[in-house]
Design a binder for this molecule. Sequence first.
Ligand SMILES: Cc1cc2nc3c(=O)[nH]c(=O)nc-3n(C[C@H](O)[C@H](O)[C@H](O)COP(=O)(O)OP(=O)(O)OC[C@H]3O[C@@H](n4cnc5c(N)ncnc54)[C@H](O)[C@@H]3O)c2cc1C
Length: 381
Amino acid sequence: MDFAITPGAQALLDEAATFEERLICEAREREAAGRIGTDVTQDLGSAGLIAPELSTHLGGRGQSKVAAGLVTEAIARGDLNVAYLQVVGSLMGQVIARNASAEVAEHYCRLITSGAETVAIGLSEPGAGSDAGNPQTTATRDGDDWIINGTKSMSLAMTSTATVIFARTDPQAKRGKGISAFLVDLDAPGATRTAITDMGQSAVARGSVDFSDVRVPADHLLGAEGAAFSQVMQGFDFSRALIGLQCTGSASRAIDDAWAYVKDREAFDQPLSTFQGVSFPLAEAETKMAAARLLCLNTLWLGDEGLPHTSQAAMCKWWAPLEAYHAIHQCLLLHGQNGYMRNRDVEKRLRDVLGMQIGDGTAQIMKLVIARESAGRAYAP
Ligand SMILES: Cc1cc2nc3c(=O)[nH]c(=O)nc-3n(C[C@H](O)[C@H](O)[C@H](O)COP(=O)(O)OP(=O)(O)OC[C@H]3O[C@@H](n4cnc5c(N)ncnc54)[C@H](O)[C@@H]3O)c2cc1C
């Protein structure tokens, strides 16, 4: 393992760190607005902080996946929701760069990396989240176009310019097969967006999109027809490690804030931090975040080296969000009644990070992936 930071990556990390206080200050405004403002998105793009691992001809910085992970984590210290712009930027950037024609890839990747637009990922449906290999959304060929019908739910649905969706193209094929990925314009005739109100992450503007006879040009098919699960899904191994760092980033800032609070506040005539019952839970939270962070960085390093990392990515996705949630929960409790107040950063972080135990696949599904990788499909649940 080699996580050495190049000067180029360090410059990006320094740039990402400059966003931290601003993102914290503006987080409530984003929550109230139910969206991330275009100014933030464009500022991140201008600073090279969206999909920095993409090659320069696609608008990226040619950095490693490890560097993209560290950037994600640094942004998430300010606001987990804003860091999602980088997570989905890297996910969609990779998927499009690998699977679209050179012309389509350059067009969309440049929009993503510059922060001009976001592209959402539409895998889940009202009736198929975990069972993503069995979508009801269909795509049928009509001359040079594909016609899409179905409903998808996704983050950034209300603010993105386009989405990548997975749809059944072979009605006879069984679960996981005969499914194709398409890049679909969210403003196309027949696409209708409806906002979803969540308990947290309101800034990521989750919504459902109904596709009713939406026409997609043939060159917006990503990868080979029917091969979305074997080909396009590989991008998720990358984003699962990024999500882990999105969560550890938010938790690490919550832990720093909690240390400052318990050093400052006194009870029984001494700082709270001098009680083991206060300091040890924070020490434990720091330990777990350090371990989760290393797991994620190791996974990204395996990706950089072209080595298999599906199992490790699934470990990142189930464990880091869970432990980050526990860590932030502990931080909230150590603030006493102040932690429970609506205007405190820590309560928002708790609501936001909880969503990451569900988004992009639940813990059960990640453990299924790990079991299948270790025991083989025939011997796994
Ligand atoms: C904050 C947030 C952001 C999201 N963003 C996106 C996005 O951008 N794009 C997108 O496509 N989707 C997104 N989703 C949807 C998310 O991916 C799904 O909600 C998730 O995959 C679970 O699917 P489901 O809600 O249909 O639950 P279900 O599949 O109905 O599962 C319900 C419960 O049953 C369990 N379960 C299901 N099958 C099994 C099994 N075989 N073994 C054991 N347990 C099982 C699940 O783990 C879960 O606990 C987001 C969700 C959230 C909360």
